[in-house]
Design a protein around this ligand. Structure first.
Ligand SMILES: NC(=O)c1ccc[n+]([C@@H]2O[C@H](COP(=O)([O-])OP(=O)(O)OC[C@H]3O[C@@H](n4cnc5c(N)ncnc54)[C@H](O)[C@@H]3O)[C@@H](O)[C@H]2O)c1
Length: 471
């Protein structure tokens, strides 16, 4: 297997079942899904309103950072199975199925999922339809959205039959190709037999690879996606609160997580304590499911707590930094390592780094930052940050360094060099990348999450030289 490529390739194209697919929305989900479905052997046209994105793709440039994506896009473009356009109407006439993969961000003001992009795409689909087509919602949408999509299409096009299906996507940014090609399950929400046959054909290579296809009602499929993300967000928030308790009672959250994770009923994943969950999905999906539940008079108290605890937590991480300076950060320089919400993506949407950096700036700190791929995205949302060439440039003369995203390169820092470059050897490790014992050996005042600091918080305001002397 070549790096970045996958073993599941063009099966559909080898047989009679090759489909013509339109993918509306060429973002993190649409581009990955479109490229992988083309790689299965189907013919895919990715459509996006963003003409800059489409012209970049047509020049062979990949607008997002996702390991392995460039190779799979380029190979399918070369083989004539993958094309990009801004014009939906040209594409749809020939398509057997059209996916909706546009964004569903939080609506400003009330936290409901903003479905305006989904419904705009729906109207465009309706107007472009030429024959029976399966319309598949891959965007994460609240329960009942499929009903509304169907209503809109039927209202605009009484002459054409459609089947509207919910097919939520579970891929993770940073491992998107692997996740798309090796899903734990494929959820297909429809009772329409024609649609089931089309979906089965699209995903045939995965089915051959034994990924279970689960057919459900459409509303059930829509809720499966939200319930999955809400549950994972709850698991993260749970261990984060356990981490806070560990710090108070002198326990180690890593060991607690392992101790409970070895229990098969609990499982080890999503039990990594940290600065709170971020990203383009969990925060908005938790908010949206709370709103849906409120609309149906079914308050979801657990998720309401998850949302509040997580929101507060990101900003509260700044206190871990300030406590090393007796609560006074004014005039201090803080080096931030990692801006993206997780490694292997350039996505900074709702990343913990954003709230943390703003909190540090509010406390009067100067912020320097480095991220392997996320700095361009961060520049669009953060101000007054000095962006650096590499981790060592970032920590130079800094009073504290904070590891916010666990990029591989931050796991193997030359710690002596880091220590010697800094004005004060203070490290706040929000991902528990290093061990407190090692950090003590290197002479850092080291704070992590859910583990005791290597030394009691000390006031370094007036004593940086003496601290360095101790090192
Ligand atoms: N990002 C993830 O990891 C992930 C994982 C699973 C599910 N999802 C869900 O998938 C959906 C898409 O997420 P994303 O991260 O790919 O979003 P994104 O913002 O990266 O991409 C959405 C794209 O849709 C385009 N678009 C909007 N309206 C359009 C229209 N009418 N016609 C053509 N293009 C249009 C935008 O220009 C944009 O390029 C969301 O509902 C999200 O919740 C995301």
């Amino acid at each position: 297997m070549r790096a970045g490529r996958d073993d599941i390739g063009a099966v559909a194209g080898d047989g009679a079942g090759s489909m013509r697919i339109a993918m509306i929305g060429t973002g993190y989900v649409g581009l990955v899904s479109g490229a992988c479905i083309a790689d299965f052997g189907h013919t895919v046209t990715c459509v996006d309103k963003d003409s800059i994105k489409i012209s970049a793709l047509n020049k062979g440039e990949i607008p997002i950072y996702e390991p392995g994506l460039a190779e799979i896009v380029q190979s399918n473009v070369r083989q004539g199975r993958l094309t990009f356009t801004t014009e939906l109407s040209e594409t749809l006439g020939e398509a057997d199925a059209v996916f909706i993969a546009v964004g569903t961000p939080s609506r400003r003001g009330d936290g409901h999922a903003d479905l305006s992009y989904v419904y705009a795409a729906t109207r465009e689909i309706a107007l472009a339809l030429k024959r029976f087509t399966v319309v598949i919602t891959k965007s994460t949408v609240p329960v009942g959205t499929g009903d509304e999509i169907e209503r809109i299409i039927r209202e605009l096009r009484r002459d054409i039959d459609v089947a509207v299906v919910s097919n939520p996507e579970f891929l993770r940014e940073g491992a998107a190709i692997h996740d798309f090609k090796h899903p734990d399950r494929i959820v297909v929400g429809t009772h329409d037999e024609r649609a089931k046959a089309v979906l089965a054909e699209i995903y045939r290579p995965l089915y051959l690879n034994r990924a279970p296809i689960m057919y459900t009602g459409r509303r059930t499929a829509e809720l499966i996606k939200y319930a999955a993300n809400a549950f994972l967000a709850t698991k993260i928030t749970f261990i984060n609160e356990v981490a806070d308790l560990c710090e108070k009672v002198g326990a180690d959250v890593q060991e607690v997580a392992r101790g409970i994770g070895l229990d098969n009923r609990i499982g080890p994943k999503f039990l990594h304590a940290g600065p709170g969950f971020g990203g383009s999905c969990f925060p908005k999906d938790v908010r949206a499911v709370i709103k849906t539940a409120q609309d149906h008079n079914v308050p979801m108290r657990i998720l309401e707590a998850v949302e509040t605890v997580n929101d507060t937590r990101k900003r509260a991480m700044a206190r871990k930094v300030s406590s090393a300076f007796a609560g006074v950060l004014r005039g201090k320089t803080v080096a931030i390592l990692g801006l993206t919400f997780k490694p292997n993506t350039d996505d900074v949407r709702e990343a913990p780094s954003l709230a943390l950096i703003t909190a540090l700036q509010d406390m009067g700190a100067q912020v320097r930052a480095y991220d392997p791929v996320g700095m361009d995205s961060a520049k669009q949302v953060l101000t007054e940050v000095t962006y650096c060439r590499d981790p060592y440039d970032c920590v130079e003369e800094a009073d504290a360094v904070v590891i916010v995203t666990e990029w591989e390169q931050f796991r193997a820092l030359d710690l002596e060099r880091v220590r010697d470059l800094m004005a004060c050897p203070v490290m706040v490790d929000l991902r528990n990348v290093y061990s407190p014992e090692d950090m003590k050996k290197y002479g850092f005042a080291y704070t992590s999450v859910g583990r005791l600091p290597t030394q009691q918080p000390i006031n370094l305001v007036d004593a940086p030289i003496s601290i360095r002397a101790r090192v």
